[in-house]
Design a binder for this molecule. Sequence first.
Ligand code: GLU
Length: 441
Amino acid sequence: MTIVTRFAPSPTGTLHVGNIRTALHNWLWAKKTGGRFLLRIDDTDAARSEERFADAIRADLAWLGLHPDGEERQSARFGRYEEVFRDLVGSGRLYPAYETPEELELRRKVLLGRGLPPVYERSALHLSEADRAALEAEGRRPHWRFRLDHAPIEWNDLIRGPQRFDAATMSDPVVRRADGSWLYLLPSVIDDVDMGITHVVRGEDHVSNTALQLQMFEAMGAAAPAFAHEALLTGAEGKLSKRLGATGVAEFREAGIEPEALVALLARLGTSDPVEPIVDATVLAETFDFARFGRAPARFDEKELAQLNARIIHHLPFDRVAAALPQGMSAAEWEAIRPNLSRLAEAGDWWRVLHEEVTAPIDAGDGEYLASAARLAAALDWSGDPWAQLTAALKAETGRSGKALFLPLRRALTGLDHGPDMHALLPLLGRERTLARLSRT
Ligand code: GLU
């Protein structure tokens, strides 16, 4: 059996970190199992769906490296939904209902007032042909409900374990509005059936939808996919935050977060596996396992992401970053400066240190010491490890050690007190630049 997963965003906005996580988990599961990962654009709501959001979703997935193996869109499938609709009306699983929202709200209040659960009482199911004709003659158009089978609904959730709902305590869900437009529930099931979806991975806010949808699979005579409902993300402060819902790829890019960092964090957050700076997503796929997910909300901490981002950058190969580096930066330069970066954009600072004149003043007390350094540096074998040779010779000649030995050199050569390993940096500066910087007064 080929595993098929799908990520099904509505193009009514850009992806936020919670959606990105869901997309990633669907992708990882397909990768791990050699399956297929589909992008399904849930655009049945014509008024709220916008093409620019569909484009942005595709671009965000591409940036993350989550390339779908196929794309579907619901707006292209209305004909098929109509077909299933007719079948389900024919088999009595869909029925027309005529209550207005105000009437339904009133019923709800009455039931609640009596201490009863506000479950739809199926009044519409008891209408006769003549009742319906009379309502239609009044100008009423029906919306359509799915008639639940009043039996227990059970499934074994890949993350939450055994789940049980009692259909008798649930309202027959509305699946189609009076204007003919679709609500989310039924088209999603039709798609999952037609597209051979084997695993539905989504947030736990969909758990009760799953109970309803399981009966829809049954009504269509189709086997249901496996379900994995993940605990939602919270902000660092442990609450569902508005900010989290507004943070997407644009904000991460702006903050200098690399896609590998976001992927490495979101692949493991909320699982019992440690978050590690894993650049290779196939490794994340191999270790991905629903059984390792916890049921408690996972905390998304931007500080943790920033730290992971730095650790990821320290592993990124030159080919991956070359286009984002200052023009002309070499692989050796990248490898020398990489451990000092927390964001890729900082490479420009080190480019300037390497290639532009250093203007930071030399400490007056170091003049003589640096003159000795310049004299010794001129005589070094620059093909070996010039830094080791220079500092050994200076130590022997001046008796200096530790900070007194190293810091004036680093300052003179880079204008800074900290930075890349001088063993790596000195050959990159080369003889001429080194002599010039040590000899400046
Ligand atoms: N469009 C739905 C949503 O974004 C899809 C849910 C699902 O994965 O079935 O909530």
